[in-house]
Design a protein around this ligand. Structure first.
Ligand SMILES: NC(=O)c1ccc[n+]([C@@H]2O[C@H](COP(=O)([O-])OP(=O)(O)OC[C@H]3O[C@@H](n4cnc5c(N)ncnc54)[C@H](OP(=O)(O)O)[C@@H]3O)[C@@H](O)[C@H]2O)c1
Length: 218
């Protein structure tokens, strides 16, 4: 049985990926603040807190040392006018979107190498272009793309694949959570379809690495 560690398994895309992998026989270890409403293993983790990340790393090493994928999916958004950028909001966003994946990968790197495990970093199309009022969110996704490329270099010559998965807008509550505004998501992608694609990519032979993929909505 294959095992995946997934951050943000409690909602949105992370939840859909977890459901799809479960269906395909994978075991899932979810990291989030809220317990996912599906039958998976769970380590309560606030990814904005170093102590929680350290605890998750120790728990994974102790209880689940053999795993095949680490999927960094948790993320938060921020939509702010340039003149009103709020320092604590940016700080929190960078902790969750950038520092947490780096710290988690760093703490688990020996297991990742031994297990020949894959790493998936869920970025965004905003990591390739600019959006108005999304300076902090966008730059965090540009940074995550840098993390992905750095890891590809560091894990060159191993069987570990490092996959940058970059969707455009899909249906979730991320915008509403950030702004309190319920947007019209009719034209947005279905997270189920994105989860199907990621599972397909993960289950392809280990001789193929989808290094960066951009999924735009049509
Ligand atoms: N939705 C889009 O249009 C879109 C487009 C491109 C890329 N993305 C990216 O896709 C990923 C998933 O987004 P989504 O739309 O599915 O978001 P979502 O539905 O809001 O889910 C976000 C997940 O991140 C977790 N999370 C947030 N803050 C956390 C914290 N401090 N500690 C631990 N976990 C935390 C949440 O868990 P808890 O609240 O339980 O902690 C939740 O499981 C994100 O990286 C996002 O940037 C989204």
């Amino acid at each position: 049985m294959k095992t995946a560690i997934i951050t943000g398994a409690s909602d949105g895309l992370g939840l859909k990926i977890s459901e799809k992998l479960l269906k395909n026989g994978w075991k899932i270890i979810g990291l989030s603040r809220n317990k996912p409403n599906i039958d998976i293993e769970y380590i309560k983790t606030d990814l904005s807190k170093e102590s929680d990340i350290n605890n998750a790393i120790n728990e994974i090493k102790r209880r689940y040392p053999i795993f095949h994928s680490l999927i960094n999916c948790a993320g938060v958004m921020s939509v702010q006018k340039m003149k009103n950028l709020d320092y604590s909001e940016i700080n929190n966003l960078f902790k969750i979107n950038v520092l947490a994946p780096i710290k988690l990968i760093s703490g688990l790197i020996e297991n990742i190498k031994t297990n020949e495990a894959d790493i998936v970093n869920v970025g965004s199309t905003v990591g390739f272009k600019a959006y108005e009022d999304q300076c902090a969110y966008g730059s965090s996704k540009w940074a995550l793309r840098g993390v992905t490329e750095n890891l590809q270099l560091e894990l060159k010559g191993t069987k570990c694949r490092v996959i940058g998965f970059n969707p455009g807008g899909f249906k979730s509550k991320i915008f509403e959570k950030a702004t309190g505004i319920k947007p019209n998501l009719d034209a947005f992608m279905e997270p189920e379809h994105l989860a199907d694609l990621l599972v397909y990519i993960l289950e392809m032979p280990k001789t193929l690495e989808v290094s960066q993929i951009i999924i735009n909505r049509k």
